[in-house]
Design a protein around this ligand. Sequence first.
Ligand SMILES: C[C@@]1(CC(=O)O)C2=NC(=C\c3[nH]c(c(CCC(=O)O)c3CC(=O)O)Cc3[nH]c(c(CC(=O)O)c3CCC(=O)O)/C=C3\N/C(=C\2)[C@@H](CCC(=O)O)[C@]3(C)CC(=O)O)/[C@H]1CCC(=O)O
Ligand SMILES: NC(=O)c1ccc[n+]([C@@H]2O[C@H](COP(=O)([O-])OP(=O)(O)OC[C@H]3O[C@@H](n4cnc5c(N)ncnc54)[C@H](O)[C@@H]3O)[C@@H](O)[C@H]2O)c1
Length: 212
Amino acid sequence: MSLYPMYVNLTDKRCLVVGAGKVAERKIASLIKAAARVTVVSPTSTPGIQKWSDEGSVTLHLRTFNPEDVHKMTIIIAATDDPAVNLAVHRACQPHQWVNIADRPDLCSFIVPAMVERGDLQVAISTGGANPGLAKKLRRQAEQWIGPEYESYTQFLGEMRQQVLSLGLGEEEKRIILRELLDDRFFQWTRTGEVERRDREAKELFHRHSED
Ligand SMILES: C[C@@]1(CC(=O)O)C2=NC(=C\c3[nH]c(c(CCC(=O)O)c3CC(=O)O)Cc3[nH]c(c(CC(=O)O)c3CCC(=O)O)/C=C3\N/C(=C\2)[C@@H](CCC(=O)O)[C@]3(C)CC(=O)O)/[C@H]1CCC(=O)O
Ligand SMILES: NC(=O)c1ccc[n+]([C@@H]2O[C@H](COP(=O)([O-])OP(=O)(O)OC[C@H]3O[C@@H](n4cnc5c(N)ncnc54)[C@H](O)[C@@H]3O)[C@@H](O)[C@H]2O)c1
């Protein structure tokens, strides 16, 4: 089956995570980063999840799952070590809810990819559940060639693009400038920290084309 890849805005969306072990901790970390409103239900918890609870980043209920816990939740993740409980979580959900059952890919209405994260640049890698270890391996390899400098490079290109769009240029000029900004020299100046040179060259590029 071919899955539809989608980046979703989870800001303030209610998300339930059932279980608070190793797998849950990984999923919760990305939900917090996405500014979701996270509730965790589990009789025991990792120290990391406990800390998030103490800081107010998640609401942690130290008890076993109850089917009513899924009410009003947009996203539900079941990551307990008890297959019967994970199945009960799936049964409690409505068809319109987005559900991830950690030990039952066949019951998931969404799965979580491996991610290379560089600020606004997010590269997702998925094997559709065929082999999550391969997704992780490729993520590690991709991190070698999509280095940390891509965070500021993406930010630079984002700001430049906004400027180009605000100049009121014709389609052809816009296209030429945007293509030129993607030339490798702007990446190299970012990588080597020559940002003044980079910004100056970008400004000159704008001038050249807006005067035409
Ligand atoms: C990518 C990543 C994202 C994340 O979790 O954040 C992720 N799994 C990761 C790691 C990982 N998972 C497992 C191992 C041990 C090696 C192995 O078994 O292969 C390792 C490696 C490790 O831990 O080192 C075991 C495992 N995983 C699933 C099952 C159930 C089953 O297959 O039946 C079992 C067997 C459990 C058992 O033993 O019973 C199921 C799923 N895991 C997925 C995602 C979804 C498919 C993603 C895809 O293929 O695209 C899916 C379907 C559902 C979901 O979880 O969304 C994350 C890497 C993050 C990173 O480091 O970059
Ligand atoms: N999808 C993935 O990426 C992936 C990867 C590895 C393992 N798994 C699966 O995920 C499961 C969880 O793995 P783990 O390493 O996090 O296990 P774990 O033992 O670290 O954590 C299990 C958690 O479930 C909680 N729990 C148990 N019964 C509960 C109940 N009735 N209600 C609520 N919480 C309950 C426990 O208190 C604990 O916090 C494994 O059994 C495995 O099948 C999935």
